[in-house]
Write a protein that binds this ligand. Sequence first.
Ligand code: HEC
Length: 140
Amino acid sequence: MNLVRSVSLFVFCLWIAVMQVSAKYSPLSLSSREILKSKCADCHSSKAVMPFYAKLPFVKDLVKKDVEDGLLDFDMEKDLNDIPDKDLDEAKLIHLETSIADNTMPPLQYAVIHWDKLLTKDEKIVLLKWINSVYKLKGI
Ligand code: HEC
């Protein structure tokens, strides 16, 4: 168990180190962007690939509505990806912070099916730390 932990920690540090070399974003920013991509892209990326059930009648319409509404508020392709931290939109950041801190995202009806997409406690800490670091960077 301890060995597994050490090895994972080592791999994680190595990953951070590699990322830092190619640093356009801070490690905190990169981790946060990865978390958002893996947990939120289904509804907040215009590039999201819908799962098979999204093609079924009725279900399709439900999911489509969620994605359309979700994209209106926060589209990762437009509002996050390839945008350096200091240029991120303040209002979007505040909404992001609120939705994470208040556990309103992902929406309940989705979380029930995709419990693996719920943010873990650690992921929330990383995201909130990152958002606060961006506020500082922007002098907010
Ligand atoms: C099942 C689709 C779905 C998933 C997955 C999802 N969202 Fe959303 N999101 C929505 C919808 C629909 C809205 C717009 C309606 C609302 O606010 O509930 C929204 C709105 C938002 C908003 C804007 C809220 C506001 O106050 O304007 C933010 C920020 C957000 N989501 C962040 C996230 C984050 C972060 C995740 C991942 C942890 C996530 N969402 C996952 C569907 C989703």
